[in-house]
Design a protein around this ligand. Sequence first.
Ligand code: PLP
Length: 453
Amino acid sequence: MLVQATNRLQQASARSKSKHLFNRAKGVFPDGTTRATVEKDPFPIYAHRGEGAYLVDVDGNRLLDLNNNFTTLIHGHGFAPVSEAVADLLRSGTCFANPTEHEIALAELLTARIPAMERVRFVNSGTEAVMFAIKAARAFTGRPAIARIEGAYHGAYDWAEAGQGVSPGRDGWAPICVATPAYRGTPSSVADEVHLLRFNDVATLEARLSAGSKRIACVLIDPMPSRAGLLHPEPAFIEALAKMASKYGILIVADEVLNLRQGYAGASVRYGLKPDLITAGKIIGGGFPIGAIGGREEVMRVFGTEDAKPLLAQGGTFSANPVSMVAGRAAMEAMTPDAFDRLEAMGERLRAGLRARIARRDAPFSVTGAASFFRIHPKRLAPLEYRDAYLSTEEASLMRTMSRYFLEAGILLPYGAAACLSTPMVDSDIDLILGAFEEFLEAKIQSGKEHAQ
Ligand SMILES: Cc1ncc(COP(=O)(O)O)c(C=O)c1O
């Protein structure tokens, strides 16, 4: 088995066109790519086209896509209703300084479905949505600081980034980590205004929010933080958050840029979280750039009212551009409650299948996720917080090996982030994933035995 696996890995180096493109790209991009999130092992796989649940790379390999552009493509690639709606629109102009009916239609769809979204504004990315949600919370409360969960990813706004990369020191984890600016040269004052919380840790939440109560404008929370481990929120944590926020007049900002994918009404509803502001992105653009900030009407008034100047001005050359609006509406209209249920059932079958294979071999792995998301951890116990999910060097290398196994089985499995399903997937695609995982576990057990000899 190990020999067979090694041979298959060697074939991976025959991805010649991707390799060639990467060499060319190094002449124009500082590290050969133009997104830090592009996976290189040792070079990126360049996409040629998409076909439903599959991506075809420039070397002609057809790969089951579990990345879906970082969970954006809930209908996979080339979804006809989106392509047709956008093609119709393109001939009549792609952007105007004037508003269009398309933005109203998408806003009506979202506000009708998502209880926390009484009013909404559109921007062009999840990063921008989180940035404006934080600014809105500050403008509403008149306070400068935020609290956020350590290890969680919320895009590239300085305050949203501080604390996303915390790691253990020589003596292990500090009981409470202090936020540090994500990058060299960022003013240290950024970190002074960021309080770190631990997911599912009620004691730290209570201590931090009461200590910072006068300065904290909002708690920024992803209901199931994916990069921090795709963690399940504990009801006690959600309850404590609601209690503390109400006690100190702190707003709750639910970052659902990724997790709105969890259902017709999004993720907060599912976990009993009642946010004052909510951010969205990814799936609501149907594969085109988008972000949205929504929330309680009273809070959203900071963006202005018919008769008052805004406390916070939000514009943007491409905000609410008709292409994203039309594409997003076509994609979201097709996401009926039945479509979400079908994805959820497929996700359940997959997670249960992965767990059964782990249990059968008593392998030191676990699986987290919900709805159409899953993540495999090289940990015996499913993580409850970022620290549990944090990978040692050996574990990180094992996860790389696993992604390579999947690739050789014709599957693109994201490394260190949430994997997701898409509506064009069928049962045989789930079987393919389960088969690849089974083979990986077998090979791992086999190589363990060889090492022991
Ligand atoms: C929870 C969350 N917030 C914000 C962002 C940033 O979104 P974008 O990449 O569209 O800027 C992401 C992106 O993955 C995300 O997962």
